[in-house]
Design a protein. Structure first.
Ligand code: PMP
Length: 410
Protein backbone atom coordinates (compact mmCIF):
# COMPACT_ATOMS: atom_id res chain seq x y z
CA UNK A 1 0.00 0.00 0.00
CA UNK A 2 1.57 3.29 -1.03
CA UNK A 3 1.58 6.50 0.92
CA UNK A 4 -0.44 9.31 -0.68
CA UNK A 5 1.84 12.16 -1.75
CA UNK A 6 1.31 15.82 -0.98
CA UNK A 7 2.06 18.86 -3.10
CA UNK A 8 4.75 21.23 -1.86
CA UNK A 9 6.64 18.62 0.13
CA UNK A 10 9.85 19.77 -1.53
CA UNK A 11 9.48 23.46 -0.63
CA UNK A 12 12.64 25.32 0.30
CA UNK A 13 12.20 28.20 2.75
CA UNK A 14 14.49 31.12 3.62
CA UNK A 15 16.40 31.19 6.92
CA UNK A 16 17.46 34.21 8.94
CA UNK A 17 21.10 33.76 7.87
CA UNK A 18 20.25 33.96 4.16
CA UNK A 19 20.42 30.23 3.42
CA UNK A 20 17.43 28.19 2.32
CA UNK A 21 16.41 24.82 3.67
CA UNK A 22 13.75 22.18 2.98
CA UNK A 23 10.60 23.18 4.84
CA UNK A 24 9.90 20.87 7.78
CA UNK A 25 6.13 20.67 8.01
CA UNK A 26 5.21 19.97 11.61
CA UNK A 27 1.97 21.90 11.49
CA UNK A 28 -0.50 19.44 10.00
CA UNK A 29 -2.90 19.87 12.91
CA UNK A 30 -3.57 23.45 11.76
CA UNK A 31 -4.00 22.62 8.06
CA UNK A 32 -2.60 19.77 6.02
CA UNK A 33 -1.00 20.21 2.60
CA UNK A 34 -3.00 19.16 -0.42
CA UNK A 35 -2.65 15.62 -1.81
CA UNK A 36 -1.38 15.26 -5.38
CA UNK A 37 -4.50 13.16 -6.01
CA UNK A 38 -6.64 16.08 -4.84
CA UNK A 39 -4.87 18.49 -7.17
CA UNK A 40 -5.43 16.07 -10.05
CA UNK A 41 -9.12 15.77 -9.20
CA UNK A 42 -9.52 19.56 -9.05
CA UNK A 43 -7.67 19.95 -12.35
CA UNK A 44 -10.07 17.51 -13.93
CA UNK A 45 -13.15 19.37 -12.73
CA UNK A 46 -12.04 22.95 -13.35
CA UNK A 47 -12.82 22.97 -17.09
CA UNK A 48 -16.30 21.67 -16.33
CA UNK A 49 -17.45 23.32 -13.21
CA UNK A 50 -20.60 25.39 -13.19
CA UNK A 51 -23.49 26.13 -10.84
CA UNK A 52 -24.78 23.08 -8.97
CA UNK A 53 -28.54 22.50 -9.20
CA UNK A 54 -28.78 25.73 -11.18
CA UNK A 55 -28.52 25.01 -14.83
CA UNK A 56 -29.50 22.62 -17.59
CA UNK A 57 -26.21 23.00 -19.45
CA UNK A 58 -23.79 20.12 -19.58
CA UNK A 59 -21.16 21.62 -17.18
CA UNK A 60 -23.87 22.31 -14.67
CA UNK A 61 -25.06 18.72 -14.94
CA UNK A 62 -21.48 17.47 -14.47
CA UNK A 63 -21.04 19.68 -11.42
CA UNK A 64 -24.32 18.58 -9.92
CA UNK A 65 -23.40 14.93 -10.41
CA UNK A 66 -19.95 15.43 -8.86
CA UNK A 67 -21.42 17.32 -5.92
CA UNK A 68 -24.11 14.76 -5.16
CA UNK A 69 -21.70 11.85 -5.59
CA UNK A 70 -19.47 13.43 -2.96
CA UNK A 71 -22.24 12.98 -0.38
CA UNK A 72 -21.98 9.21 -0.82
CA UNK A 73 -18.18 9.38 -0.52
CA UNK A 74 -18.41 11.35 2.73
CA UNK A 75 -21.08 9.07 4.16
CA UNK A 76 -18.87 6.06 3.50
CA UNK A 77 -15.74 7.80 4.69
CA UNK A 78 -17.19 8.29 8.17
CA UNK A 79 -19.06 4.98 8.30
CA UNK A 80 -22.50 6.59 8.46
CA UNK A 81 -25.66 4.73 7.40
CA UNK A 82 -27.07 5.14 3.89
CA UNK A 83 -29.89 7.35 5.10
CA UNK A 84 -27.62 9.82 6.91
CA UNK A 85 -27.83 13.40 5.68
CA UNK A 86 -24.59 14.93 4.42
CA UNK A 87 -24.60 18.72 4.58
CA UNK A 88 -21.63 20.42 2.99
CA UNK A 89 -20.37 23.25 5.14
CA UNK A 90 -17.27 25.43 5.20
CA UNK A 91 -15.49 23.51 7.96
CA UNK A 92 -15.98 21.87 11.37
CA UNK A 93 -16.82 25.21 12.97
CA UNK A 94 -19.62 25.71 10.46
CA UNK A 95 -20.84 22.13 10.94
CA UNK A 96 -21.02 22.53 14.71
CA UNK A 97 -22.83 25.86 14.45
CA UNK A 98 -25.29 24.30 12.02
CA UNK A 99 -26.04 21.42 14.36
CA UNK A 100 -26.35 23.84 17.29
CA UNK A 101 -29.01 25.69 15.32
CA UNK A 102 -30.80 22.44 14.48
CA UNK A 103 -31.01 20.86 17.94
CA UNK A 104 -34.67 20.90 18.95
CA UNK A 105 -35.56 23.91 21.08
CA UNK A 106 -35.04 23.41 24.80
CA UNK A 107 -32.67 20.47 24.32
CA UNK A 108 -29.99 19.94 26.93
CA UNK A 109 -26.51 19.61 25.44
CA UNK A 110 -23.60 18.22 27.44
CA UNK A 111 -19.90 18.54 26.70
CA UNK A 112 -16.46 18.58 28.32
CA UNK A 113 -14.84 21.94 28.88
CA UNK A 114 -11.49 21.16 27.23
CA UNK A 115 -12.96 21.06 23.74
CA UNK A 116 -11.76 23.11 20.80
CA UNK A 117 -13.70 26.37 20.62
CA UNK A 118 -15.48 25.13 17.50
CA UNK A 119 -17.07 22.39 19.58
CA UNK A 120 -17.41 24.47 22.76
CA UNK A 121 -18.75 27.85 21.77
CA UNK A 122 -21.72 27.08 19.49
CA UNK A 123 -23.53 25.62 22.53
CA UNK A 124 -23.44 28.64 24.80
CA UNK A 125 -25.96 27.28 27.26
CA UNK A 126 -24.65 23.71 27.17
CA UNK A 127 -23.94 21.91 30.39
CA UNK A 128 -20.14 21.96 30.58
CA UNK A 129 -18.51 19.13 32.47
CA UNK A 130 -15.03 19.70 33.85
CA UNK A 131 -12.69 17.28 32.14
CA UNK A 132 -11.40 15.15 35.01
CA UNK A 133 -7.75 15.24 36.09
CA UNK A 134 -7.25 11.90 34.36
CA UNK A 135 -9.47 12.20 31.33
CA UNK A 136 -10.16 8.47 31.20
CA UNK A 137 -12.51 9.10 34.13
CA UNK A 138 -14.68 11.11 31.72
CA UNK A 139 -16.80 8.01 31.09
CA UNK A 140 -17.91 7.93 34.74
CA UNK A 141 -18.34 11.70 34.85
CA UNK A 142 -20.61 11.64 31.80
CA UNK A 143 -22.60 8.74 33.19
CA UNK A 144 -23.26 10.58 36.46
CA UNK A 145 -24.19 13.81 34.68
CA UNK A 146 -26.68 12.10 32.39
CA UNK A 147 -28.13 10.03 35.20
CA UNK A 148 -28.79 13.25 37.13
CA UNK A 149 -30.48 14.85 34.14
CA UNK A 150 -31.04 13.55 30.64
CA UNK A 151 -29.68 15.35 27.60
CA UNK A 152 -30.54 15.37 23.91
CA UNK A 153 -26.97 15.62 22.68
CA UNK A 154 -23.43 14.95 23.88
CA UNK A 155 -20.55 16.67 22.08
CA UNK A 156 -17.35 14.61 21.89
CA UNK A 157 -13.97 15.02 20.27
CA UNK A 158 -12.20 12.25 18.41
CA UNK A 159 -8.64 13.41 18.98
CA UNK A 160 -7.53 16.47 20.91
CA UNK A 161 -5.98 19.21 18.80
CA UNK A 162 -3.82 20.10 21.80
CA UNK A 163 -2.42 16.74 22.88
CA UNK A 164 -3.35 14.48 19.97
CA UNK A 165 -4.80 12.06 22.48
CA UNK A 166 -7.66 9.91 21.25
CA UNK A 167 -10.76 10.16 23.41
CA UNK A 168 -12.55 6.94 24.44
CA UNK A 169 -15.37 7.79 22.05
CA UNK A 170 -17.01 4.35 21.88
CA UNK A 171 -17.27 4.11 25.69
CA UNK A 172 -18.58 7.67 26.01
CA UNK A 173 -21.07 7.20 23.17
CA UNK A 174 -22.34 4.02 24.79
CA UNK A 175 -23.05 5.98 27.98
CA UNK A 176 -24.76 8.76 26.02
CA UNK A 177 -26.99 6.33 24.16
CA UNK A 178 -27.84 4.43 27.31
CA UNK A 179 -29.26 7.69 28.62
CA UNK A 180 -31.07 8.49 25.38
CA UNK A 181 -28.71 11.20 24.10
CA UNK A 182 -27.34 11.53 20.61
CA UNK A 183 -23.64 12.09 20.04
CA UNK A 184 -21.84 14.48 17.71
CA UNK A 185 -18.18 13.77 17.09
CA UNK A 186 -15.77 16.57 16.32
CA UNK A 187 -13.59 14.55 13.95
CA UNK A 188 -11.51 17.50 12.70
CA UNK A 189 -8.36 16.09 14.23
CA UNK A 190 -9.12 12.35 14.11
CA UNK A 191 -10.29 11.98 10.52
CA UNK A 192 -6.93 12.93 8.92
CA UNK A 193 -5.10 10.29 10.96
CA UNK A 194 -7.38 7.30 11.47
CA UNK A 195 -10.46 5.79 9.85
CA UNK A 196 -13.62 7.14 11.51
CA UNK A 197 -16.38 4.56 11.73
CA UNK A 198 -19.47 6.26 13.10
CA UNK A 199 -21.34 2.96 13.31
CA UNK A 200 -18.57 1.19 15.24
CA UNK A 201 -17.97 4.17 17.51
CA UNK A 202 -21.68 4.62 18.08
CA UNK A 203 -21.74 8.30 17.16
CA UNK A 204 -24.66 9.91 15.36
CA UNK A 205 -23.19 13.04 13.81
CA UNK A 206 -19.70 13.59 12.47
CA UNK A 207 -18.22 17.02 11.76
CA UNK A 208 -14.98 17.49 9.83
CA UNK A 209 -12.91 19.97 7.81
CA UNK A 210 -11.41 19.44 4.36
CA UNK A 211 -8.33 21.57 5.01
CA UNK A 212 -7.17 19.22 7.77
CA UNK A 213 -7.83 16.25 5.51
CA UNK A 214 -5.40 17.15 2.73
CA UNK A 215 -7.89 19.16 0.65
CA UNK A 216 -7.89 22.96 0.25
CA UNK A 217 -9.81 25.32 2.53
CA UNK A 218 -13.48 26.01 2.19
CA UNK A 219 -15.27 22.68 2.36
CA UNK A 220 -16.31 20.59 5.34
CA UNK A 221 -19.23 18.38 6.23
CA UNK A 222 -21.79 17.50 8.83
CA UNK A 223 -23.01 13.92 8.47
CA UNK A 224 -25.80 12.45 10.56
CA UNK A 225 -29.49 11.68 11.04
CA UNK A 226 -31.70 13.84 8.84
CA UNK A 227 -34.63 14.40 11.21
CA UNK A 228 -33.36 17.39 13.23
CA UNK A 229 -31.87 18.92 10.10
CA UNK A 230 -35.14 18.48 8.22
CA UNK A 231 -37.12 20.14 10.96
CA UNK A 232 -34.76 23.06 11.61
CA UNK A 233 -35.06 26.49 10.09
CA UNK A 234 -31.96 27.20 8.01
CA UNK A 235 -29.48 29.40 9.88
CA UNK A 236 -28.16 30.73 6.58
CA UNK A 237 -30.92 31.70 4.16
CA UNK A 238 -30.97 32.38 0.45
CA UNK A 239 -31.18 30.71 -2.95
CA UNK A 240 -31.06 26.94 -3.11
CA UNK A 241 -32.50 26.51 0.37
CA UNK A 242 -36.01 27.34 -0.78
CA UNK A 243 -38.72 25.45 -2.60
CA UNK A 244 -40.96 28.45 -2.92
CA UNK A 245 -41.01 32.09 -1.96
CA UNK A 246 -44.60 33.20 -2.29
CA UNK A 247 -45.89 36.71 -2.73
CA UNK A 248 -45.72 38.22 0.73
CA UNK A 249 -42.49 36.30 1.35
CA UNK A 250 -43.98 33.18 2.84
CA UNK A 251 -41.10 30.75 2.36
CA UNK A 252 -41.25 27.01 1.93
CA UNK A 253 -37.77 25.67 2.66
CA UNK A 254 -36.23 22.80 0.73
CA UNK A 255 -35.67 19.50 2.48
CA UNK A 256 -32.29 18.73 4.11
CA UNK A 257 -29.50 18.85 3.02
CA UNK A 258 -30.32 21.61 0.46
CA UNK A 259 -32.19 23.51 3.18
CA UNK A 260 -28.86 24.12 4.92
CA UNK A 261 -26.79 24.88 1.83
CA UNK A 262 -28.07 28.29 0.79
CA UNK A 263 -26.07 30.08 -1.88
CA UNK A 264 -24.06 28.63 -4.74
CA UNK A 265 -22.34 25.50 -3.41
CA UNK A 266 -18.57 25.07 -3.37
CA UNK A 267 -18.47 22.27 -5.91
CA UNK A 268 -14.70 22.39 -6.43
CA UNK A 269 -14.03 22.32 -2.69
CA UNK A 270 -16.46 19.49 -2.14
CA UNK A 271 -14.97 17.52 -5.02
CA UNK A 272 -11.50 18.07 -3.53
CA UNK A 273 -12.71 16.94 -0.11
CA UNK A 274 -14.21 13.78 -1.60
CA UNK A 275 -11.01 13.07 -3.54
CA UNK A 276 -9.01 13.37 -0.32
CA UNK A 277 -11.39 11.00 1.47
CA UNK A 278 -11.03 8.47 -1.33
CA UNK A 279 -7.23 8.67 -1.33
CA UNK A 280 -7.04 8.26 2.44
CA UNK A 281 -9.62 5.47 2.55
CA UNK A 282 -7.49 3.50 0.11
CA UNK A 283 -4.27 3.91 2.11
CA UNK A 284 -5.04 3.85 5.82
CA UNK A 285 -2.52 1.15 6.70
CA UNK A 286 0.30 3.10 5.10
CA UNK A 287 -0.86 6.44 6.54
CA UNK A 288 -1.15 5.12 10.08
CA UNK A 289 2.20 3.30 9.91
CA UNK A 290 3.94 6.44 8.56
CA UNK A 291 2.52 8.63 11.30
CA UNK A 292 3.15 6.21 14.12
CA UNK A 293 6.80 5.88 13.13
CA UNK A 294 7.18 9.67 12.91
CA UNK A 295 5.39 10.26 16.19
CA UNK A 296 7.59 7.83 18.05
CA UNK A 297 10.72 9.28 16.50
CA UNK A 298 9.61 12.82 17.33
CA UNK A 299 8.81 11.97 20.94
CA UNK A 300 12.14 10.21 21.36
CA UNK A 301 13.84 13.38 20.10
CA UNK A 302 11.76 15.59 22.39
CA UNK A 303 12.56 13.39 25.38
CA UNK A 304 16.19 14.48 25.03
CA UNK A 305 15.40 18.19 25.27
CA UNK A 306 16.14 19.44 28.80
CA UNK A 307 13.14 21.05 30.48
CA UNK A 308 10.63 19.94 27.86
CA UNK A 309 7.21 18.91 29.14
CA UNK A 310 4.54 17.35 26.98
CA UNK A 311 0.94 18.33 27.58
CA UNK A 312 -1.41 15.44 28.33
CA UNK A 313 -5.01 14.96 29.38
CA UNK A 314 -4.70 11.21 29.82
CA UNK A 315 -2.13 9.00 31.53
CA UNK A 316 1.28 8.37 29.95
CA UNK A 317 1.15 5.84 27.13
CA UNK A 318 -2.40 6.80 26.11
CA UNK A 319 -3.21 6.37 22.42
CA UNK A 320 -2.59 9.49 20.36
CA UNK A 321 -2.39 10.69 16.78
CA UNK A 322 0.64 12.60 15.51
CA UNK A 323 0.17 15.76 17.56
CA UNK A 324 2.37 16.78 20.50
CA UNK A 325 2.23 20.05 22.42
CA UNK A 326 4.92 21.00 24.86
CA UNK A 327 6.55 23.74 26.87
CA UNK A 328 10.26 24.19 27.50
CA UNK A 329 11.25 25.58 30.88
CA UNK A 330 12.33 29.20 30.68
CA UNK A 331 11.56 29.62 26.96
CA UNK A 332 8.55 31.49 25.68
CA UNK A 333 6.55 29.26 23.30
CA UNK A 334 6.20 32.09 20.79
CA UNK A 335 9.93 32.65 20.79
CA UNK A 336 10.61 28.92 20.38
CA UNK A 337 8.27 28.79 17.37
CA UNK A 338 9.93 31.86 15.83
CA UNK A 339 13.43 30.41 16.29
CA UNK A 340 12.37 27.04 14.87
CA UNK A 341 11.07 28.75 11.76
CA UNK A 342 13.71 31.43 11.24
CA UNK A 343 16.79 29.36 12.05
CA UNK A 344 15.70 25.84 11.12
CA UNK A 345 12.87 26.10 8.58
CA UNK A 346 10.50 24.21 10.88
CA UNK A 347 6.80 25.11 10.90
CA UNK A 348 5.03 24.53 14.23
CA UNK A 349 2.25 26.38 15.98
CA UNK A 350 2.36 28.19 19.30
CA UNK A 351 -0.28 29.68 21.56
CA UNK A 352 -3.44 28.18 22.97
CA UNK A 353 -4.70 26.46 19.79
CA UNK A 354 -8.33 27.66 20.05
CA UNK A 355 -8.69 25.49 23.15
CA UNK A 356 -7.96 28.06 25.85
CA UNK A 357 -9.46 26.15 28.74
CA UNK A 358 -7.48 23.01 27.92
CA UNK A 359 -4.15 24.76 27.37
CA UNK A 360 -4.52 26.91 30.50
CA UNK A 361 -5.08 23.77 32.49
CA UNK A 362 -2.22 21.81 30.97
CA UNK A 363 0.51 24.40 30.48
CA UNK A 364 1.88 26.96 32.90
CA UNK A 365 1.28 30.35 31.29
CA UNK A 366 -1.55 29.01 29.12
CA UNK A 367 0.65 28.78 26.01
CA UNK A 368 2.57 25.95 24.37
CA UNK A 369 4.29 24.84 21.17
CA UNK A 370 2.52 22.26 19.02
CA UNK A 371 4.30 19.96 16.57
CA UNK A 372 2.12 17.75 14.40
CA UNK A 373 3.10 15.24 11.75
CA UNK A 374 1.34 13.99 8.65
CA UNK A 375 1.86 13.04 5.04
CA UNK A 376 3.99 16.15 4.45
CA UNK A 377 6.42 15.23 7.23
CA UNK A 378 9.66 13.31 6.72
CA UNK A 379 11.85 11.62 9.34
CA UNK A 380 14.50 14.30 8.86
CA UNK A 381 11.95 16.96 9.85
CA UNK A 382 11.27 15.47 13.25
CA UNK A 383 14.99 14.83 13.83
CA UNK A 384 15.63 18.47 13.02
CA UNK A 385 13.04 19.53 15.60
CA UNK A 386 14.80 17.66 18.40
CA UNK A 387 18.22 19.04 17.40
CA UNK A 388 16.91 22.59 17.06
CA UNK A 389 15.25 22.56 20.48
CA UNK A 390 18.36 21.16 22.16
CA UNK A 391 20.37 23.92 20.54
CA UNK A 392 17.89 26.53 21.68
CA UNK A 393 17.99 25.30 25.26
CA UNK A 394 21.79 25.14 25.27
CA UNK A 395 22.26 28.58 23.77
CA UNK A 396 19.27 30.45 25.10
CA UNK A 397 17.23 32.83 22.96
CA UNK A 398 19.13 35.18 20.71
CA UNK A 399 18.90 38.90 21.23
CA UNK A 400 17.81 39.56 17.66
CA UNK A 401 14.24 38.38 18.21
CA UNK A 402 11.71 40.94 19.28
CA UNK A 403 7.98 41.07 19.75
CA UNK A 404 6.27 42.71 16.77
CA UNK A 405 2.49 42.98 16.76
CA UNK A 406 2.29 40.52 19.63
CA UNK A 407 4.45 37.85 17.99
CA UNK A 408 8.13 36.98 18.22
CA UNK A 409 9.87 37.99 15.08
CA UNK A 410 13.50 37.89 13.91
N1 PMP B 1 -12.06 20.83 16.26
C1 PMP B 1 -10.78 20.49 16.36
C2 PMP B 1 -10.39 19.36 17.25
C3 PMP B 1 -9.83 21.20 15.62
O1 PMP B 1 -8.54 20.87 15.71
C4 PMP B 1 -10.25 22.26 14.79
C5 PMP B 1 -9.26 23.09 14.01
N2 PMP B 1 -8.14 23.49 14.74
C6 PMP B 1 -11.59 22.55 14.72
C7 PMP B 1 -12.48 21.82 15.45
C8 PMP B 1 -12.12 23.65 13.87
O2 PMP B 1 -11.85 23.40 12.55
P1 PMP B 1 -12.08 24.54 11.45
O3 PMP B 1 -11.21 25.68 11.85
O4 PMP B 1 -11.67 23.91 10.19
O5 PMP B 1 -13.51 24.89 11.50
Amino acid sequence: MTLPRVVGAEHAVPLIDGRTIAYANLDHAASAPCLTAVRAAVDELLPWYAGVHRGAGFPSRVSTRVYERARTTLRRFVGAPDDAAVVFTRNTTDSMNLLASAVPAGSRVVLFDTEHHAALLPWRDAHRLRTPEVAADAVGVLDRALRERAAALVVLTGASNVTGEVWPVAALAEVAHRHGARVVLDAAQLAPHRPVDAAALGVDYVALSGHKLYAPFGAGALVGPADWLRAAEPYLVGGGATKLVADGFAVTWSDAPARHEAGSPNVVGVHALAAACEALAGSWDAVVAHEEALLERMRTGLAHVPGLRELALFEPGHDRVGVVSFTVDGIDPGLAAAVLSAEHGIGVRDGAFCAHVAVRRLAEGGQAVRASVGLGTAAEHVDRLGRALRLLVARGPRARYEVVDGRWSP
